[in-house]
Write a new protein. Structure first.
Length: 266
């Protein structure tokens, strides 16, 4: 009574099931690996944010590519802001998703080298091509604390590095580009300002990166694996239903009971 599984319709249904099972299992592991990556990243962020601050010159240097293990590492820098070469980064959002600019001001260290400091977010003015209103950076020597970030690239950020922008406007925060603009050696990466906030006002601070949420990836992984387990169960249910219906047709002597028919559906 199970010879019907060799018919064309049942062979096609079985092949589809055999393809779906490994595909769903693979999708489940893909989501599981995304979960593991998110957990590891959260642990890295938490550890680097709470680590003892290190002088930025001990962590990076001109031309240095900041490794992932140093992302969000708390660093300090002492120097003087070069406001004449300050730039703003276009199309950046605030904590409440308003579009504006990030303000990047070079901080000149005692040895003449420079570290880029992202001082925070400001809204755009009436003219999107004009330099926006920016609170002035503190004058004189300052010591700042912030989170170390890697240079932004189009490949890593997905942001197109557009040319022909208005004066002192950029799309990416990149130490190599700013070294050409400044004519000085610039430390690799940049510092995302964490403190102290000047008393006379400052750009809106960039919030700490999220390191509490783990996302829904584990739940999605379990769902895919449950779907994979449900496929053979569903196949067996359909086979048993088909067998039962064929037996009932044969017992009733219905014509055409031995003919090829479509598989039963749930």
């Amino acid at each position: 009574m199970y010879r019907f599984v060799l018919t064309r319709q049942w062979v096609c249904l079985t092949l589809i099931a055999l393809v779906l099972i490994p595909a769903m299992i693979k999708l489940g592991f893909w989501q599981f690996h995304r979960h593991e990556h998110r957990v590891a990243q959260n642990e890295l962020i938490a550890a680097n944010l709470t680590a003892k601050p290190a002088p930025v010159t001990e962590v990076t240097s001109p031309g240095h590519q900041v490794p992932r293990s140093d992302f969000w590492r708390t660093v300090t820098a002492t120097g003087t802001y070069d406001t004449a070469h300050e730039v703003v980064v276009r199309m950046r959002t605030s904590a409440d998703d308003k579009v504006g600019f990030h303000v990047v001001t070079p901080l000149v260290l005692a040895d003449g080298r420079v570290v880029l400091v992202n001082r925070g977010w400001v809204p755009g003015g009436d003219d999107p091509r004009a330099y926006p209103p920016v609170p002035a950076a503190p004058s004189g020597e300052v010591t700042v604390t912030g989170r170390l970030k890697a240079d932004e690239t189009s490949g890593g950020s997905g942001i197109k590095d557009r040319k022909g922008l208005p004066d002192r406007q950029v799309m990416l925060i990149n130490s190599a580009q700013q070294a050409e603009y400044l004519g000085r050696p610039v430390l690799g990466g940049y510092l995302e300002l964490d403190g102290p906030a000047p008393s006379g006002g400052s750009p809106e601070a960039i919030p700490d990166p999220d390191h509490d949420s783990i996302g829904p990836h584990m739940a999605y992984a379990v769902q895919w694996w449950l779907f994979a387990a449900a496929v053979p169960v569903g196949w067996l249910v359909l086979v048993r239903r088909e067998k039962r219906e064929r037996e009932e047709e044969a017992a009733a002597g219905e014509p055409g009971s031995g003919a090829e028919r479509e598989p039963a559906t749930a």
